[in-house]
Design a binder for this molecule. Structure first.
Ligand code: PLP
Length: 347
């Protein structure tokens, strides 16, 4: 029941797609300020950017109210997920996570010698925190929580996650992947960074790849206790893996409220159009708190995706809970219209 990774799927997707709705990217980014920063610093990109990196670091520290030794940057959050897999799973044991969830860390953990305990989602397609807590045993090296969850775009109750983290982090390391948290109505209330600040054994992973629109620029970071940062720092290439233009772009874009709320509004407009299209064709969907929507299809999901792809629309197939599913990333309105036209032909 293994799903194709983003990289594997990208190799199958023709480059001339009308609608690129398969990788949860944000076509409304990067922001004007980020683009200008890249252009302004292109001619000095022969220089190592270490003198500028600290400006970005200081911005994040000030915004989150944390010390420098609690922050670790990387070229996107993927290297941090991999570092966590190496740090906690290379001596075996198990990793507890949801099913389905973002498979990158679980797959790395298996590569490095751990087994995965994948706990099915609840009936409303959320991470089943109670069952996940029960799955934690003396051999659990890491618990991976993706919130909002990819591929279902559902989020767990914040108070419930807080109490889960408080209890479970006393037994083992908990990693909370907040890649899509910027799409939630109140990210500051939903984040588990406050739990780290209280001294809990938690890693929060963040990325500029989603609402900031930096997937191809590669900037991400994690926030954890200093001893955890030290443990993972030696397993990542650190700031030298992020290019100078990307550092400048992230510095210019970070917490740019006007851009973020604009991109969110456009995402929500496209999402509302998608909901309407699905409903009009007699389809249901899982209500989404992120920039993608999962809905059940009425044929084999891989065939569905092939048919969409033939019509220039790239979406992703899934199989779980005994059903066939399609995950659609939210794109520009012209892309959603291309989706609707192709979907009407085959639904
Ligand atoms: N975490 C989740 C939940 C994701 O969906 C993705 C990418 O789709 C990533 C992490 C990796 O993001 P990046 O390495 O671009 O920060």
């Amino acid at each position: 029941n293994r799903q194709l990774s983003d990289a594997e799927f990208a190799r199958l997707a023709p480059p001339e797609l009308k609608a690129r709705l398969f990788a949860n990217e944000n076509p409304f980014g990067p922001s004007e300020k980020a683009r200008k920063a890249i252009i302004d610093h292109l001619s000095t990109s022969y220089q190592y950017a270490f003198m500028h990196f600290d400006t970005l670091v200081q911005k994040v520290l000030a915004h989150e109210g944390i010390q420098k030794d609690m922050l670790l940057f990387s070229s996107g959050s993927s290297p941090l997920l991999m570092a966590a897999a190496i740090a906690f799973c290379r001596e075996g044991g198990n990793l507890v996570t949801g099913d389905p969830t973002y498979d990158d860390l679980p797959e790395q953990a298996e590569r490095f010698g751990a087994t995965c305990k994948k706990v099915p989602l609840t009936a409303d397609y959320k991470l089943d925190l109670d069952a996940m807590e029960k799955a934690v045993d003396a051999n659990t090296k890491l618990v991976y929580i993706c919130n909002p969850n990819n591929p279902t775009a559902t989020a767990v109750d914040i108070a419930k996650l807080q109490s889960f983290c408080e209890r479970v982090s006393k037994k083992t390391m908990v990693m909370v992947d907040e890649a899509y948290i910027d799409y939630m109505p109140d990210p500051a209330a939903a984040t588990m960074i406050a739990a780290v600040k209280k001294g809990q054994n938690i890693i929060v992973a963040r990325t500029f790849s989603k609402l900031y629109g930096f997937a191809g620029l590669r900037v991400g970071y994690m926030i954890a206790l200093p001893e955890t940062v030290k443990k993972l720092e030696v397993l990542t290439p650190g700031m030298f893996s992020i290019s100078g233009p990307a550092i400048h772009a992230a510095t210019a874009a970070y917490q740019d409220k006007e851009f973020l709320s604009g991109a969110l509004a456009k995402t929500n407009e496209s999402k509302a159009f998608l909901y309407k299209t699905l409903t009009a064709e007699g389809y249901s969907y899982i209500p989404s708190v992120a920039n993608f929507v999962m809905f059940p299809v009425k044929m084999d999901s891989e065939r569905f995706v092939q048919e969409m792809m033939k019509r220039g629309v790239g979406v992703r197939p899934w199989k779980f809970g005994g059903k066939e599913w399609c995950r659609v990333s939210i794109g520009r309105m012209d892309e959603m219209e291309a989706f609707a036209a192709a979907f009407k032909e085959i639904s």
